[in-house]
Ligand binder design. Structure first.
Ligand SMILES: C[S@@+](CC[C@H](N)C(=O)[O-])C[C@H]1O[C@@H](n2cnc3c(N)ncnc32)[C@H](O)[C@@H]1O
Length: 345
């Protein structure tokens, strides 16, 4: 019988990963201690068995479920829209001059890689120049590994909590964390814990949710609270009426004139599409006419189903960066979130 992997996802993880972890490639089901944390080899991927909080566990389940639904995020048009938004925020990795500074491929940790939806879209053109290590707390790492194999890309994958990685301080060149830090138990804690792993001169690229107006914040907390006891399947279904409302509002395609700022509700004056008014100030009911119903429902589910979903201010982010020696070199503050590229000093 051939010993070749029977599917692309079964390709062996790269040798550099074992050198980085300081263990010989473990056999399936082997258990070991990684920096004092219990690990097991399952499905060809090293997985931490460290305990996490109930909120973190619920968050893990919710994401593990959605990243299996590849038909709700993997269409070329959806990927292209996401890639274009990331390029605007981070810039284009093919033109990062600092990537030329390395004589051997730098280690990039995609912290909370999920299915590597963002990681692959942003870094694919420069992947041959990197050692890409995708880490996620959920089984999405299996999907990420499969997607890498399908595109003929090389990457290492580990299932673990990015807020508690058993790796040596100062051992990582680049950390990329797109839309993840706020899904840990503490955005600040995860940011600081990851920053310790960075080498001096290393880059930290991340995106976190930004705090919204008071009504939207209230709705967001209320919905998350009501959904916390649901299974992922129930939560997916529970989102569908909201998704339908977003579509109905979007299809109306009408604008309203807000005659003067409503300071108490933090709603600015001016013309705004009715769906956008509802979206930014009442509840996240995503609408894009070129997306399918399930693609829109995916986005609403992603927002409301996880129990861990902190929202931050730019002042908090700046303070935390300063406290852990991260000098911000690129900062982009949008209504939805905050994108940072920082250098470790
Ligand atoms: C919104 S998704 C983003 C995934 C990926 N960064 C992307 O943009 O395609 C958030 C991801 O963070 C992961 N996550 C949440 N808390 C985590 C933690 N403490 N450690 C590792 N991953 C975590 C979830 O499992 C999920 O895959």
């Amino acid at each position: 019988m051939s010993s070749m992997p029977s599917s692309p996802s079964e390709a062996a993880l790269p040798d550099w990963l074992w050198r980085y972890l300081g263990v010989a490639a473990p056999a399936e089901d082997a258990e070991w201690q990684q920096g004092g944390q219990p690990f097991v080899m399952r499905g060809g991927i090293p997985r931490s068995r460290a305990l996490v909080s109930a909120a973190q566990e619920q968050t893990e389940q919710v994401f593990g479920f959605k990243w299996q639904k590849r038909d709700t995020f993997d269409r070329p048009e959806v990927l292209a829209a996401h890639r274009s938004w990331m390029l605007q925020r981070y810039g284009d990795p093919t033109s990062f001059a600092w990537l030329d500074n390395y004589d051997k491929p730098p280690l990039l940790i995609d912290a909370g890689c999920g299915a590597s939806w963002s990681g692959l879209e942003l870094f694919e053109p420069v992947l041959p120049r990197l050692r890409y290590l995708g880490i996620d707390i959920s089984e999405a790492v299996d999907v990420a590994r499969r997607r890498f194999a399908e595109r003929g890309c090389e990457g290492g994958f580990v299932q673990a909590d990015i807020a508690n990685l058993p790796f040596a301080p100062g051992s990582v060149d680049i950390i990329f964390s797109e839309g993840v830090l706020h899904h840990t138990d503490s955005t600040e804690g995860a940011l600081k814990s990851l920053a310790r792993l960075l080498k001096v001169g290393g880059r930290f690229m991340f995106y976190v949710y930004r705090r919204k107006g008071p009504v939207r914040e209230f709705t967001d907390d209320l919905l998350r609270d009501r959904m916390r006891a649901m299974t992922p399947e129930q939560a997916w279904k529970a989102m569908e009426p909201l998704t339908r409302l977003g579509i109905a509002l979007g299809e109306l395609n009408v604008e309203v004139d807000i005659p003067e700022p409503i300071d108490l509700l933090e709603i600015p004056a001016g013309r705004i599409n009715l769906q956008r008014l509802f979206y930014w100030h009442v509840a996240k009911a995503f609408y894009r006419p070129d997306f399918t119903f399930d693609e829109m429902n995916h986005i609403n589910y992603d927002w409301y189903a996880p129990r861990n979903a902190q929202r931050q201010s730019i002042e908090e982010v700046r303070t935390w960066c300063q406290e852990c020696g991260l000098e911000i070199e690129r900062e982009r503050v949008e209504e939805a979130g905050i994108t940072i590229v920082a250098v470790k000093r």
